[in-house]
Write a protein that binds this ligand. Structure first.
Ligand SMILES: [Ca+2]
Ligand SMILES: [Ca+2]
Ligand SMILES: [Zn+2]
Length: 380
């Protein structure tokens, strides 16, 4: 999380708080895992050592609530794409709040649905453990999905593998494929009518889910990977990291999975110092690499895992690191679709119809015109 000004709030990536090796689901003791999400990871009920994923009994709280998603916003229903099952782990609170819970769950389902239509050529049921808090802190929400630890490789997340194998491979068995934590302290706009003092829940929901899909970097402040191996030795990286370069197009992490120690400075080099250089993203970006968020002050859980907010042409895209209040786009840009193709989702495609009524877009245009530089922002 981070403060970019006294009024800003952030969302963190929590892709790395549990680690898998074949036949063993570790938990990640706090000292072994990346510390970037420690305060959140303490919430996860599955943070206990497991012998094998398949033998671990589910806790009583981790009851799967299947939510088969309707495609109601589309004029013509698409074929089944992805389905999402959210396990709400805080009874009576947050998403299960007696007053607001139903609308919050509905908004999360809507966000998942809005994202799912891009994946209509895939078929998988994705399970998520969902927790929440209500704390005045610079974080709106966070999400992630675990990876296997295989030093010297670029690993898909559990969710990513499940999608790309059309549900055939669930590398952590009955354990939730991903996790989401939501902070309900701030005002949230749960519908398509998002007030100027509310954060757009659905936009943030899409953003968070995409982190779990693999839109996320393992690179730490000093160039360490998932296991914080010593400099110069192979570590475990995300698929995303396979495409990150410096401004000159030189890889940050070698194909052998070793971070180039001469590239540490690029991680805090500001706009243009770290690029996503996958072929599809480059093609969607006028032939050049895409600016990745690498602010001069390293931001744990945010740096290198987002598009660069400080690049004007990127600032309003869903996968930037911060968001201001008000209604935002829920559509992925060609650039974001390019990145998703590069990290493996070659069958992704934009839905045939914009799943938001035209009147909403008119309002969005109006709201965007009102946004000034001093508006409160929140990092995603
Ligand atoms: Ca699973
Ligand atoms: Ca932004
Ligand atoms: Zn984010």
């Amino acid at each position: 999380m981070q403060h970019r000004s006294s009024r800003e709030i952030s969302l963190s990536v929590i892709s790395f708080n549990a680690r898998l090796k074949p036949a063993h689901f570790y938990l990640s003791s706090i000292r072994n895992q990346r510390l970037r999400h420690q305060q959140i990871s303490n919430h996860w009920t599955y943070h206990m050592p497991l012998k094998t994923p398949s033998k671990r009994p589910r806790s009583a709280k981790a009851i799967t609530i299947a939510s088969t998603l309707a495609l109601g916003l589309l004029a013509q229903p698409a074929q089944a794409a992805l389905t999402f099952s959210f396990n709400y782990l805080n009874p009576g609170q947050g998403f299960d709040d007696p007053t607001f819970g139903a609308a919050r769950k509905s908004a999360l389902n809507d966000a998942a649905n809005l994202l799912g239509v891009y994946f209509s050529n895939y078929e998988a049921n994705l399970t998520y453990d969902v927790t929440s808090s209500s704390i005045d802190e610079p974080r709106l929400a966070s999400a992630g999905s675990s990876q296997y630890v295989v030093p010297g490789t670029f690993q898909q997340s559990i969710v990513q593998t499940k999608i790309l194998t059309n549900g055939a491979t669930d590398r952590n068995g009955t354990e939730a494929d991903g996790y989401i934590d939501w902070n309900f302290f701030e005002n949230w706009g749960l519908t398509d009518n998002v007030a100027e003092n509310e954060y757009d829940f659905k936009t943030v929901g899409i953003h968070e889910l995409l982190h779990s899909f693999g839109f996320s970097s393992n690179i730490g402040a000093t160039g360490t990977g998932l296991e914080s191996k010593p400099s110069g030795t192979p570590d475990t990286w995300a698929t995303f990291d396979n495409f990150l370069t410096d401004a000159s197009g030189n890889r940050l992490v070698s194909t052998a999975g070793v971070f180039d120690s001469t590239k540490v400075a690029a991680l805090t080099g500001g706009s243009g110092s770290v690029l996503f250089n996958g072929a599809n993203a480059v093609a969607a970006n006028g032939g050049v690499g895409v600016n990745i968020f690498a602010p001069t002050t390293y931001s744990d859980g945010s740096s290198t895992s987002h598009l660069d907010d400080d690049t004007a042409t990127l600032a309003e895209l869903i996968m930037t690191s911060s968001v201001s209040p008000g209604l935002k786009t829920r559509e992925l840009s060609a650039l974001e679709l390019g990145i998703l193709k590069d990290i493996g989702y070659t069958q992704i495609e934009a839905p045939a119809e914009v799943p938001v009524p035209a009147t909403v877009w008119l309002m969005l245009t109006g709201l965007m015109g009102l946004l000034g530089l001093n508006r409160r922002k929140a990092a995603l």
